[in-house]
Design a binder for this molecule. Structure first.
Ligand SMILES: Nc1ncnc2c1ncn2[C@@H]1O[C@H](COP(=O)(O)OP(=O)(O)OP(=O)(O)O)[C@@H](O)[C@H]1O
Ligand SMILES: CC(=O)N[C@H]1[C@@H]2OC[C@@H](O2)[C@@H](O)[C@@H]1O[C@H](C)C(=O)O
Length: 369
């Protein structure tokens, strides 16, 4: 198809993300030509039930199978349900659920079958966004940075700024909006900072049967264990030069490392780990950004946000301060990236994933007409 979607101008693309925190599927529309954002469209969320989350949690790390059928059904059902509620879209960007991410080893795998989803929805679906980058020697993550570049330009930003995603894992993107193309030298730098919400969620699940530490209330009542934190900050990941990426559980059993602490002290310590990982990451950026824009669920955690603000001299704001939607930015990213893939435009480069040459990563599956 011409430009992958039959059109040369802007199209309405629908992106869907099932993130590492295993809370649910975010879906959102972006109108774009794959370069500029024209406008943001409607969005929806489909949470996983406790039973579904358990099925997914048991599948984490187990790729390649066997025994992934139940988890695949959860992913496909949730996506089919939420994506069926959108009209008037030209194509879908389907991230899937990361089960394993080991770029230097067994590769990267996002559970979900884009060809089957294309048949269900009757729309072209772009999927498997990360494998081509890994096959070409890149980290395969993060991939949102090319979208962050477009967001910075959509905002009209003039100075270098940074986006921080606080999902299950944290990732940081430094953007110079004055550089026209995302794959041009000096436009971007990105990498995963460290664990963010995933260990906190795991702790809350194990200790209290809760999905997360709502508003950081448990952490707020605790004290950080300085020894545990210092040991964490000695992890070799922090001395690696970016680009670099993480799987959800690459830091091992962090909940086990706080097993001797009270619920409050354990939550405070895991929250400090997330924040200190980011503060370390900020020292690895090319220049100090003018502001740090925070997206993902962690921006709703006042304890984490206070730790970031206390450690940085630039303003730290939720992306909403600049007119963006921090619950949907990743889903929007995969809508935007889907259009880029369909049009043969790169989605990663040396500065974002370490891949030698820019890569346009993703499979395009077209529904039978
Ligand atoms: N009010 C809140 N207080 C504390 N934490 C919150 C709050 N709201 C959301 N979170 C945290 O944010 C998480 C969801 O974040 P998000 O949806 O950005 O993650 P994700 O997309 O699954 O992850 P990733 O970006 O790693 O793929 C929740 O699981 C929870 O830990
Ligand atoms: C392998 C994988 O799924 N990585 C996710 C995860 O969640 C946050 C961080 O780790 C980031 O590297 C990435 O997601 C975002 C959307 C990205 O690719 O930019």
């Amino acid at each position: 198809m011409m430009d992958g979607d039959g059109q040369a101008g802007p199209v309405r693309a629908l992106g869907a993300m099932s993130g590492t925190s295993l809370d649910g599927v975010d879906a959102a529309v972006v109108e774009t030509d794959g370069v500029d954002i024209v406008t943001f469209g409607p969005s929806a969320y489909r949470g996983y039930s406790t039973e579904e989350r358990d099925v997914l949690a048991q599948a984490l790390g187990r790729w390649p199978g066997p025994g992934l059928e139940a988890a695949a059904q959860v992913v496909m059902r949730a996506h089919a349900e939420v994506l069926a509620g959108f009209d008037d879209v030209a194509l879908v960007g389907f991230h899937g659920q990361t089960l394993a991410h080991e770029p230097a080893g067994r590769g990267t795998h996002q559970l979900g079958d884009g060809a089957a989803l294309s048949e269900v929805l009757g729309l072209p679906v772009v999927w498997d966004f990360r494998s081509a980058d890994v096959a070409a020697g890149g980290e395969g993550a993060p991939l949102a940075p090319f979208f962050h570049h477009a967001c910075a330009r959509w905002m009209g930003a003039q100075q270098p700024l940074a986006f921080l995603n606080l999902g299950g894992v944290g990732n940081l993107t430094w953007v110079d909006p004055g550089v026209d193309a995302p794959d041009a030298p000096g436009a971007l730098m990105s990498f995963d900072t460290g664990p963010a919400n995933a260990p906190i969620n795991d702790l809350m699940q194990a200790r209290r049967g809760l999905s997360h530490d709502h508003d950081g209330a448990v952490a707020a009542a605790g004290q950080v264990d300085a020894d545990v934190l210092a040991r964490f900050l000695g992890h070799r990941y922090f001395s690696r030069t970016p680009p670099k990426s993480l799987d959800r559980n690459d830091f091992g059993d962090l909940v086990g490392q706080v097993s001797h602490l009270s619920d409050a002290d354990a939550a405070a310590t895991l929250t400090a780990m997330a924040a200190r990982s980011v503060l370390h990451g900020m020292t690895q950026l090319p220049t100090p950004p003018q502001r740090l824009l925070v997206t993902g669920g962690g921006r709703q955690n006042p304890v984490m946000m206070a730790l970031l603000r206390a450690g940085l001299s630039c303003p730290v704001e939720p992306v909403e301060a600049q007119g963006l939607d921090g619950d949907m930015l990743e889903a929007q990213a995969f809508a935007y990236l889907a259009v880029r893939v369909a049009r043969g435009l790169p989605t990663s480069c040396a500065a974002t994933t370490g891949v030698a040459q820019p890569v346009s990563g993703g499979i395009v599956s077209s529904a039978p007409s």
